[in-house]
Design a protein around this ligand. Structure first.
Ligand code: SF4
Length: 348
C-alpha cells in the first residue's frame, strides 16, 4: 500500500432505503446493517488501526449510500458502539442528505452526529434542473443550509449531482448559482458507474465520462485553492458492502462498482490489502501495452496507481478514460510539483 498512498478513506454502504429519487441516482437502496454490526465493523476498526499504525492518515469515513435523514436503519447504526468507535478513528465523518426532510428529524440527527464526531462533512445531492427552474427548491435548500450552519458543528459542505442520461444540465449555470447562494461549487457524482456492467455498458460509460470532462474548465479553481480531488489522488479509498470490501478506482471521484476484480480477499489486514494493491499496480503496468495511448503518457504512473488501467482492462477499453486535461491543469497549477515530467509539450 505504500506506493504513493498517504491516507485512507473508508466508505460503508449500510443505510437502507431513502425517501428521495434524485435524477440520475443509481444507488442500490436496499442495504443491510446486519453483517456490519455483527462483526465486520470490528474488523474494519482493526484494519483502520493498522493503517494508522503504518503512518497513513485516516481521513474520511463515509456512511451511505442513502440519505441519512430518511434511511430506515440510521438510528440502529448511529447508536452502535462499534460504529462510533470506527467513526472516531477518522478525521471526518461524512453523511449524505438532500436536506429536504423534516426540520425536526434534521435537528435530532445532526445533534446525534455532533455527539459522535466533532468534524462532520455533509454531502448534499442536488437536482440541477430544480436549481435553475424551481425557486422554491432553492429556497428550501437555503433554509436548511442556514439552519445547519447556525446550529451545528458542520466542518465541510459538498454539493454533488448525478450526470443525467440526457446532457441537459448546464454545469456553468448551476455552478454559478451555487457559488452565489452557498459559496461552494457543485461537483459531479459518478453514480452511473454503480449499476454498470463494465463490458456491456462500456460505450455509455465512456460517453458519460467524456460529458463530464468537457465541463472541466470550470472545475479546477485557478485562484490557488486546493481542489479536493487532487488530495484524493494520494488517498486509498475502499468501500464496504454486504460483508465484502472493495478497492475503488479513482477518476475524478471514486468509481463505485462491485466488480469482482476490485474485491479484496477476506484477509482484511494491512498486509492483505497491500498485497492486493501491489499486484494490482503491477498488472496495470503490464496492461499498458494493450492500451492505445498509455505507454508514452506522462500520467501512466498515476493512472496505474489510481486504478484507471484496471478499469480500462475490465471494460475492454483501449483508449484513455482518465481526466487527462484535469491532471494537466492540476499539474500546471501546482507548478509541476505533482508530476514534474508532465509538461504540456510532452503530453500525448
Ligand atoms: S492519462 Fe489516459 S493515456 Fe495516460 S496513462 Fe492515464 S489512461 Fe493512459
Amino acid at each position: 500500500m505504500s506506493i504513493g498512498f498517504l491516507g485512507f478513506n473508508l466508505f460503508i454502504e449500510v443505510l437502507n432505503q431513502c425517501r428521495w429519487s434524485c435524477p440520475g441516482c443509481h444507488v442500490d437502496k436496499k442495504n443491510s446493517e446486519r453483517g456490519f454490526l455483527d462483526g465486520d465493523a470490528r474488523r474494519l476498526i482493526a484494519l483502520s488501526e493498522e493503517f494508522r499504525g503504518q503512518g497513513h492518515a485516516l481521513q474520511r469515513f463515509f456512511v451511505g449510500p442513502t440519505d441519512f435523514l430518511t434511511a430506515e436503519n440510521w438510528d440502529l447504526i448511529a447508536e452502535s458502539e462499534t460504529f462510533r468507535e470506527l467513526a472516531s478513528l477518522y478525521s471526518t465523518l461524512a453523511v449524505y442528505s438532500t436536506l429536504l426532510g423534516d426540520d425536526e428529524v434534521l435537528d435530532r440527527r445532526l445533534t446525534q452526529l455532533n455527539r459522535i464526531h466533532p468534524a462532520i462533512k455533509l454531502v448534499i445531492p442536488i437536482m440541477p434542473a430544480d436549481v435553475l427552474q424551481r425557486p422554491e427548491y432553492l429556497r428550501r435548500l437555503r433554509r436548511s443550509v442556514n439552519r445547519v450552519k447556525s446550529g451545528f458543528g458542520i466542518h465541510d459542505f459538498q454539493m454533488v449531482f448525478n450526470v443525467l442520461p440526457r446532457e441537459g444540465e448546464d454545469f456553468r449555470k448551476v455552478s454559478e448559482t451555487f457559488m452565489h447562494e452557498f459559496g461552494v461549487k457543485p461537483e459531479y457524482n459518478l453514480s452511473f458507474a454503480r449499476s454498470a456492467d463494465l463490458k456491456r455498458d462500456r460505450a455509455e460509460l465512456v460517453r458519460q465520462l467524456d460529458h463530464i470532462y468537457r465541463q472541466l474548465d470550470f472545475h479546477i479553481d485557478r485562484d490557488g485553492s486546493q481542489d479536493e480531488s487532487v488530495e484524493d489522488w494520494f488517498v486509498k479509498c475502499a468501500v464496504y458492502r454486504e460483508g465484502e470490501l472493495y478497492s475503488m478506482p479513482l477518476l475524478l471521484d471514486p468509481f463505485v462498482n462491485y466488480h469482482p476484480a476490485f474485491r479484496y480477499s477476506q484477509d482484511w489486514s494491512y498486509a492483505g490489502l497491500q498485497k492486493f494493491e501491489s499486484e494490482r499496480i503491477l498488472r496495470a503496468y503490464a496492461a499498458c501495452d494493450a492500451m492505445e495511448e498509455c505507454g508514452p503518457c506522462p500520467y501512466l504512473g498515476l493512472c496505474s496507481h489510481l486504478g484507471v488501467l484496471d478499469l480500462m482492462s475490465e471494460m475492454g477499453e483501449r483508449r484513455c478514460i482518465a481526466p487527462r486535461s484535469h491532471f494537466q491543469d492540476a499539474n500546471e497549477l501546482s507548478g509541476f510539483r505533482l508530476w514534474p515530467w508532465g509538461y504540456r509539450a510532452e503530453s500525448p
